[in-house]
Design a protein. Sequence first.
Lengths: 381, 212
Amino acid sequence: MRNSVQDVVRRMRRGRWLLAFAVCLALLIEMTGMGSVALARQFALDGNTLQRGQHNGTGQPKFSLAPASSDPNNPASFSYFVLNAQRGKIARNALRVSNVGNEAGTVSLIAADASTAQTTGLVYASADPVKHNVGSWLALTVQKVTLAPGQSQLVPFSVYVPASEAPGQYVGGIIAQSMIQQTSNGSQSSNNVQFQVNLIHQQIIAVEVVVQGTLTQQIAATGIRASLSNGNQEMLIDLSNTGNTLVDPQGSLSILNAQGKSILSLKLDLNAMLPGAIVTYPVMIQGQPLATGIYKVVLTLTYGQNHVLNSTATVSITRQEALASLSIASLTSASRFPMWLAILLVIGVAGGLLFVLRGQRVRIAGLARRANGARTRRERR
Amino acid sequence: MFFLRKNNFFSRFLASSLLLFLLLTFSAIHPVFASGCVQGNRCASAHAHSPNIIHTNGLVTISPLTLNGLDHRMTIQMPVDVLDGQDNTGNNWHVQVGMTRLANNGLFLPSSWSVALTGTCDNDSFNQLFDCNMPPDGSVFLLPGQSISLSPLVSSITASGNTPSLTTVISVDPNAFGDVTILTTLSATLLAKNTYAGTYSGLFKVAVVDGP
């Protein structure tokens, strides 16, 4: 009897070790957020298994575009074209198209203008019939290239800059394009949604033309205002590139309350902006939405060679903007289980389990004592 | 000492914490050392072989859909496989996507699609790139087969027009390299009340840009 009671107690001690370890593990997972990351990775891997099976199979052409010649002093010229050009003269270079895949393939080559997207960064218009600068200056000698596996071909091209063009940086691109038609292969049922899509694949290599003359780096912020986007507060910054060179502004947006106290600072990392570009750049207000009131917004952007843009604006958050974003925020926070509550719950459950185990241990020890007493009494008799 | 007494729960808690701390520390050491392979031997071979980024075409995947009177969440996945050999050339590359509105004889599917991104490190035997410093800035190190969620530059894109307008979903700086698959997932809710069966057609565009 005594041995069996001791065995039970021993097992319970082992169980407490396990419990302690489990509590530590749960706390650590919750505190570091490892749980959600691990889950996200698992889903990502599951999602990609099918995808990679479809497109990474054998029998695919793989095209690489590269400049045939580059400037050793300009690292960027190894990955895309950077041409120094004079007005009224022709600059020449060549594109190397390589097929490093294991199947033959054909690509169309198209010259295109670049433009600045609304959220900054350059986009290239392949279908635009009217070209304005680099797209119209660029003349490719070949419009279509078919290559066997391992083969490469040089495609010479020229860029003629009209005499009337102003000095500055201009950007266009050469697009290598292929098209695939895809049809969904579901059953033809009366309540099915089927798809037939054309898929255009483009690999684009930029052609930056620097027209000689005085280059200026300058951007201007013409306005900052509050707005709502899908129920989220955001600040819209009106920016324009008033110089004649490309810029990639970086900096911050600070929001101060009526007392001048900083309540929010957001990092800004904009992409390329072409000369003459005008964008309205959205900056999402993260965390707690701003309440109704007047705020001071300080914009600081660095760009080019140590240029700094400082701009200050007064922004008012209307009752409608505050209420709309607040309802979204409360919905979001209500749907999420707070971490502190999870930790408290884990500690509470662990404490409760310990209390129960301790009670059982005391009860078992009492039983053991009573059993010992009874045995002693029997022996005395 | 009080907390080292036999059978003390607190001592077990401390011991367990220490064990977990050591486990986590050692699991974190590997990537820290491995990310320094920029100057290492294995990456040096990649520098020598890869002249520029190489882009492989991927097919678009659209989730199958059978209407049953309920709202549906529809997803479209657009993969691109990019091999960035980190050849010390200052490669900046960008992934851009665009689509026209899916249409069927005057019936349309939604025009606004939310954007999510996943990056997977692939195993590229051609360039002997067996690991990845992941986009957008190379700060996350992954081994082949591992994936990570990436932050898209935009939260949604709009399907419109006869020709897709491209939107940049990720911009990658020169510190990132490896053979990676960027999977762009677009999703939208199809409301039962205005979604009809039939064959919808549209035009999708996926671009990889080497440029500023």
